[in-house]
Design a protein around this ligand. Structure first.
Ligand SMILES: *Cc1c(COP(=O)(O)O)cnc(C)c1O
Length: 356
């Protein structure tokens, strides 16, 4: 007979030593700012990859209540969690229907596929069709139909809600932005559609020519600033924190962590913080990272471990076990320091930040 779980086994886990605070007001503010910057166009919201790692249940209701009406995920597997909060017909799936099963699923639940290829156009129509979005590739050479494929009967037969394309270098001042804009304008004349959409977060900052009817911000909703023009409008949304779980005094000549990469020059007090690369605090921070408590900056010592880092507490003898430190996560600065992209910094935040 299987052993019954005892009440002891069933008891609730204690409070975690890691937490991620999502500032919902900042998220609301950011969507509204991006909607305004989109001019007459309406801003949607990219909510793929669990809202860039910050959590569907935390973020989608706030985006919906702020006014967002179009939501974008990458995979079919992401639709159901978003559909708990918004109408399924408002969710578009970037990867599109690759198989007949994808098309069946889309029709059953009523989510909108983004058609990326002639193959996908046929799969969608063969599966019964219905409203869809279409992605045109204007130079990124990733997903999307080539402009010369738009005249194909398989495309002309589609019932297209939003005709879209995606910018490759909107975060930079490159001639490619205008080339893609021109290619998109030319392509828009070749096929019937209700709305046009080109700009991601960075694209919104390129100005009104890029806004069309609908914009698709992701990164900047969550506090990212891919262009300097966005900095005055966008607020930090994600605030990671970790608790000190042990402190110790080390003496001159003693080292810290794997491979002994830090050696103390004098006696010093250090703290062990409950945060490691399994939580998304990667070894990219080795030699550069640090934490804060109030005004104090507390440097990272030695290498990041899977579940821990060691921090210099010399400046703050008042801090000890159970005290919380902030992980500096202003994305623009954190990206410059770590060498990771702002997108990576968000999406790598691990599951231990969000215990069930
Ligand atoms: C992820 C994605 C977006 C959002 O881009 P950000 O740079 O995060 O604003 C928009 N459109 C497409 C096609 C995407 O894949």
């Amino acid at each position: 007979m299987a052993r019954q779980p005892t009440s002891r086994m069933m008891s609730k886990a204690p409070q975690p030593t890691l937490r991620l605070t999502i500032d919902r007001d900042a998220l609301t503010h950011n969507w509204r700012a991006l909607d305004q910057l989109s001019g007459p166009a309406e801003a949607g919201a990219a909510v793929k990859a669990q809202c860039y790692g910050l959590g569907i249940d935390e973020c989608v209701p706030a985006l919906r209540d702020a006014g967002a009406k179009q939501f974008y995920v990458a995979h079919w597997s992401e639709v159901a969690a978003v559909a708990k909060h918004v109408p399924t017909s408002s969710i578009s799936v970037f990867h599109g229907p690759v198989t007949a099963q994808d098309a069946d699923y889309a029709r059953q639940i009523g989510a909108v596929p983004v058609i990326n290829s002639l193959h996908q156009a046929k799969v969608w129509t063969d599966g019964g069709g219905g409203p869809c979005d279409v992605m045109i590739d204007t130079g990124i050479n990733r997903l999307g139909l080539a402009p010369q494929e738009l005249s194909d009967d398989a495309v002309q037969a589609l019932n297209i809600a939003t005709l879209m394309s995606h910018l490759a270098c909107a975060d930079e001042d490159r001639a490619m932005n205008a080339r893609q804009l021109n290619a998109f304008n030319a392509a828009a004349n070749q096929v019937q559609h209700k709305r046009l959409s080109l700009a991601n977060s960075a694209g919104i900052a390129l100005g009104p020519d890029y806004a069309f009817d609908l914009t698709r911000p992701g990164l900047s909703l969550y506090g990212g600033t891919p262009r300097p023009e966005l900095e005055q409008h966008i607020k930090q949304v994600a605030f990671p924190q970790a608790a000190i779980i042990q402190t110790r005094q080390i003496e001159a000549g003693q080292s810290v962590g794997y491979n002994a990469t830090f050696t103390a020059e004098k006696s010093m007090r250090v703290g062990v913080l409950s945060l490691g690369y399994a939580d998304g605090y990667l070894r990219a921070w080795n030699g550069k990272g640090g934490f804060s408590h109030g005004e104090s900056h507390l440097p990272l010592l030695g290498k990041v471990s899977m579940d821990m880092v060691v921090v210099d507490l010399n400046q703050r003898p008042d801090l000890g076990e159970g005290d919380w430190l902030d992980v500096p996560y202003m994305l623009h600065n954190a990206a410059q320091q770590s060498g990771l992209s702002q997108y990576e910094l968000l999406t790598i935040l691990g599951t231990r930040f969000k215990p069930a």
